[in-house]
Ligand binder design. Structure first.
Ligand code: G
Ligand code: G
Ligand code: MN
Ligand code: NA
Length: 244
């Protein structure tokens, strides 16, 4: 209750910001960045982004939070030509009756080029296999947005949804990456995910890459895009701009 009204006020007051985590290729070149919401006043009280995003999802504030993130990412990204920026969107946002209209409005307002953005969805959104979700994702794709499947491998859907839905990229979940080099089966598992993605013409990025060893094992199985503390923590936009 308290968190809900605090977040409502913070959004209205413009107290939230976005940090950006670099995504790099095999040569270390920054090819993109993931936008991650930050609320400094909450963080100071020990409330994580995951906690307030979940609260927003549970209380209907996710549309307002989502609109903040989209608008801020569209504005920040204008200064970074050539970079693809990934934006997390919650299932409840995509399922809202007029997500496409909302996003069209924001694109117009910021004169944004959808082709420079990737919308990160999760398997949970796809589990329902409903036509509204399929239609929404198809329309976003037709506008030029790329669709990435976040936390890949942690959900409970079958593999069939991978070709039923318009998906461009999968993000290998950190839970697989962090087992590389520790558990013998981890490499085989990641190898299978990469092969599956490539067989379906999807690109693959590994998230939560923290060590050179993980990066090396990922490259060995054909994954050549990385995101994680090894190549850069989430940082304010000014800091990312300096790295570009
Ligand atoms: O850096 P990290 O602690 O930021 O993120 C925690 C969780 O919050 C992740 O699951 C991430 O996807 C999610 N998240 C971060 N920013 C946003 C946002 O702007 N919108 C949504 N829907 N989720 C976000
Ligand atoms: O759910 P999603 O994948 O969007 O969230 C990514 C989360 O992972 C964010 O909270 C982000 O801050 C965090 N993160 C990014 N890189 C690393 C990493 O190398 N290690 C760990 N443990 N977390 C990371
Ligand atoms: Mn994400
Ligand atoms: Na993830």
């Amino acid at each position: 209750q308290g968190l809900q009204s605090d977040l409502h006020q913070a959004l209205a007051a413009g107290d939230l910001t976005l940090h950006y985590q670099p995504q790099v290729d095999a040569d270390g070149a920054i090819i993109g960045a993931e936008a991650l919401a930050r609320w400094p006043a909450a963080e100071a009280k020990g409330i994580s982004t995951a906690t307030f995003v979940r609260a927003a999802e549970e209380t209907g504030l996710i549309d307002a939070l989502g609109q903040f993130t989209l608008a801020r990412a569209f504005a920040d990204t204008a200064a970074w030509p050539g970079l693809t920026v990934a934006i997390n969107v919650s299932a409840a946002q995509v399922r809202a009756s007029d997500f496409v209209g909302t996003i069209e409005h924001l694109v117009g307002e910021h004169n944004a080029d959808p082709a420079r953005f990737e919308l990160e969805i999760t398997e949970g959104l796809l589990m329902g296999q409903d036509t509204h979700t399929l239609d929404t994702l198809n329309r976003l794709r037709a506008m030029g947005f790329q669709i990435a499947l976040d936390d890949f491998g942690t959900g409970y859907c079958g593999l069939s949804y991978l070709h039923l839905y318009p998906i461009d990229k999968v993000k290998i979940d950190i839970s697989f990456v962090s087992r590389l080099g520790k558990e013998p089966q981890a490499t085989a598992l990641v190898d299978t995910i990469v092969r599956l993605a490539h067989a379906l013409d999807l690109s693959v990025i590994a998230e939560g890459v923290e060590t050179e060893d993980e990066k090396r094992l990922l490259m060995q199985v054909g994954c050549s895009l990385f995101q994680g503390y090894l190549t850069g923590r989430p940082m304010p936009p000014e800091e990312l701009a300096k790295l570009l």
